[in-house]
Design a protein around this ligand. Structure first.
Ligand code: ATP
Length: 262
């Protein structure tokens, strides 16, 4: 799904969190969202999910106004996703499918249930948890629980995948495996991805574009008066050939985050 963000602002009372967001994202783009803590990255993802509404401006999905409520076309994975502890791996993923397709009845029966179990098993296998269908979350490592969280979101085949620091808590080995998995699924499904990360290398490595959020105006007397906006919007499609430029941008973002540039 393509996305158009048109003069979007988000304010909480007199605190301006985000201001003047203007950009377009074509279908299938992989955007890394970076920026200092508290600058509004999660708030931006929450607006894409429709868990929050912009206070000004509009967001268009495939040319149409974003629906008022979260829907199956947009799925989110948090840094520490609370998978349901009393359900097995299979039941956790199945519940996501049931909720998406029959939110009022809540359960599948007969042939529909068998078909859903097949889909859930395939999705669990794609994140490498096929040996753990019947395990409970407490019996899984942190990395395996995060794979389960990703499977639960991906089973619903979202067209827009939102990732809020999904790998922040993982060890380097598991993180590398998850990167491979995410790239594979992104390429196979053609999803549009927004991934918040505090790890710039991760962003530059995985994404086709980096959106760097920060404040351009600051008033020490009124710290809430100005919000963050997109200060750098970097296409990385030719990154293999332009390493020195990417490196220069990387340094610029880090310096800005360290407060060396205002
Ligand atoms: N529901 C809310 N009500 C009031 N203020 C809020 C609400 N949600 C977020 N904020 C404020 O908006 C600002 C941005 O928060 P947000 O979580 O989006 O930042 P972030 O960039 O994701 O931070 P981090 O990198 O630390 O996760 C913060 O000052 C936060 O206190």
């Amino acid at each position: 799904m393509s996305l158009v963000v048109e003069n979007v602002w988000k304010e909480y009372g007199d605190q301006v969190v985000l201001e003047r967001l203007n950009f377009e994202v074509p279908t299938g783009e992989f955007c890394a969202v970076v920026g200092p803590s508290g600058c509004g990255k999660t708030t931006f993802l929450r607006m894409l999910l429709a868990m929050e509404q912009p206070t000004r401006g509009k967001i268009l999905l495939d040319g149409k106004p974003l629906p008022d409520e979260p829907g199956p076309d947009r799925g989110i994975v948090f840094q520490r996703y609370s998978v349901f502890p009393h359900l097995t791996v299979l039941e956790n993923v199945l519940l996501g499918l049931e909720f998406e397709r029959s939110p009022f009845l809540g359960r599948f029966f007969g042939a529909e249930r068998r078909r859903a179990i097949g889909e859930a098993r395939a999705c669990i296998a794609s994140v490498g948890l096929e040996h753990a269908f019947d395990k409970y979350p407490a019996e899984l490592s942190g990395g395996m629980q995060q794979r389960l969280a990703i499977a639960q979101t991906l089973a619903r085949k979202p067209k827009v995948l939102l990732l809020d620091e999904p790998f922040g808590a993982l060890d380097p080995g598991t993180k590398a495996q998850m990167h491979d998995l995410l790239l594979k699924l992104w390429q196979e499904e053609g999803m549009t991805v927004f991934m918040i990360t505090h790890d710039l290398s991760e962003g530059f490595e995985l994404a086709t574009r980096v959106l760097s959020f920060d404040k351009v105006r600051r008033d020490p007397q009124a710290p809430n008066a100005y919000g963050a906006t997109v200060v750098y919007d970097l296409p990385l499609d030719e990154k293999a050939y332009r390493k020195p430029i990417v490196e220069r941008w990387r340094r610029a973002i880090l310096e800005r985050q360290a407060g060396l540039v205002h």
